[in-house]
Design a protein around this ligand. Structure first.
Ligand code: ATP
Ligand code: MG
Length: 385
């Protein structure tokens, strides 16, 4: 019976003058994901509503759950700004539902409507009571009957489906994700997509060790993340030349730190090409040796743009829950010869000193050339929905 879907967006509403900009980003995103299932989308104060093709409700539900910026949505019917019509439509709506007890919850956004919310609750409740023989239960009803009174129409529905929350994609800055084949960095990218960022991905790999086909793992991860972002770009950068230099010049306990400093140099250079204003990593405090605060400080120092670490205070278990929800977990756990694995030392330095690190790095000559060469050999993949 419900042939429209009401879309609520909490955070955007508070954006004042930018409201239109945020709303338009969200509308464009919804149009792109619903494609031909979408028949019409209308903007109303604080919400949108969409008409969709018959038979596509389940698909629409699944797709809307993946749109950043939606707080919650509801499948609903439309009624008129007329109490008698609302009564009849509510009754029709409820006839199809399975419940014993109910409660009416009216929200009157259109303040000129003749009846106040409490009056609507009472009058509709009474009508249902008399015509359907169901009981009212204010505290713990089987069903909530929501009646939302807008300026042009009235919406009737019984379920609020939780959306992703956050902000529409493209409403915040463009950033780079330092993407490994592991569990954490895809989750960190997802968190930033949800905050409205456009994310470009950079993965560095050992091209003498890893076959090209293996890199499909990274492409598969980006493809999953692209379900939320709709357009993505991935740079896959060969790193073995730089690694050779590091191994030849740096003692094993410092290699990981210097290796990651080079990673950031590559990422910074790509951020100039892509006009990205920040980097996101999957770092989580103390998870591995490179993630002590001293080492994070020594590594991040090299970056000329801000580094975002949305997982810094998360436990692995919490990260895994999100990875499973967004579908990257199953791909991340596929064994993969990570290019850092042979950079690992039995006794890595956990309390590095920045001055010491800078001194050690002086033994690696022509840093810029090494970086330029690596980027010139990068493969670039584009993803589009
Ligand atoms: P993840 O699960 O994301 O691999 P991790 O816990 O294994 O993280 P590390 O391997 O130390 O941690 O990597 C820390 C962060 O460094 C990653 O979250 C990612 O942002 C970045 N990183 C690691 N390896 C690569 C790589 N090969 N290419 C690009 N970025 C990388
Ligand atoms: Mg890793």
């Amino acid at each position: 019976m419900e042939d429209i879907v009401l879309i609520h967006y909490n955070e955007i509403a508070i954006k004042g003058k930018n409201r239109n900009f945020f709303e338009q980003k969200l509308i464009n995103h919804i149009k792109r994901v619903l494609k031909e299932d979408l028949l019409l989308i209308k903007k109303r104060y604080g919400l949108f509503y969409c008409k969709f093709k018959k038979g596509s409700k389940d698909r629409v539900c699944k797709l809307l759950k993946m749109v950043p910026g939606i707080a919650h949505f509801s499948f609903a019917i439309i009624s008129d700004l007329d109490l008698e019509k609302i009564k009849k439509d509510s009754l029709e709506f409820l006839k199809e539902k399975d419940f014993l007890t109910f409660k009416v919850l009216c929200k009157r956004s259109y303040k000129k409507f003749k009846y106040k919310s409490m009056e609507v609750n009472m009058l509709i409740g009474e009508y249902i009571l008399n015509n359907l023989k169901r009981k009212v239960d204010i505290k713990n009803p089987d069903l909530n009957l929501y009646i939302e009174i807008g300026e042009k129409e009235v919406f009737i529905f019984s379920k609020k489906i939780k959306g992703l929350g956050g902000l529409p994609v493209g409403s915040s800055s463009k950033i780079i994700c330092s993407l490994s084949g592991g569990i954490d960095s895809p989750v960190s990218a997802f968190k930033m997509i949800k905050r409205g960022c456009d994310v470009v991905y950079v993965h560095l790999y050992n091209n003498t060790l890893v076959k090209r086909e293996v890199l499909s793992k990274i492409r598969n991860i980006v493809e999953k993340l692209n379900n939320y972002q709709l357009n993505s770009k991935l740079y896959v950068v060969p790193f073995s030349e730089i690694q050779k230099e590091i191994i030849a010049n740096i003692s094993s306990e410092y290699r990981m730190i210097i290796y990651r400093r080079f990673m950031f140099r590559v990422i910074n250079a790509i951020s100039v090409i892509e006009n990205c204003k920040g980097v996101v990593t999957g770092d989580s405090m103390g998870q591995v040796a490179s993630q002590t605060l001293e080492n994070i400080f020594s590594i991040y120092d090299v970056s000329t743009i801000p580094i975002l670490t949305p997982l810094i205070g998360s436990d692995k278990q919490e990260i895994i829950v999100v990875a499973k929800e967004i579908g990257t977990y199953e791909i991340s756990i596929i064994p993969y010869p990570d290019c850092c694995s042979f950079m690992l030392s039995l006794h890595p330095q956990t309390k590095s000193n920045l001055d010491e690190i800078k001194k050690l790095e002086e033994s690696i000559l022509k840093k810029e050339l090494l970086i330029e060469n690596a980027i010139s050999k990068a493969d670039v993949f584009e993803f589009k929905i």
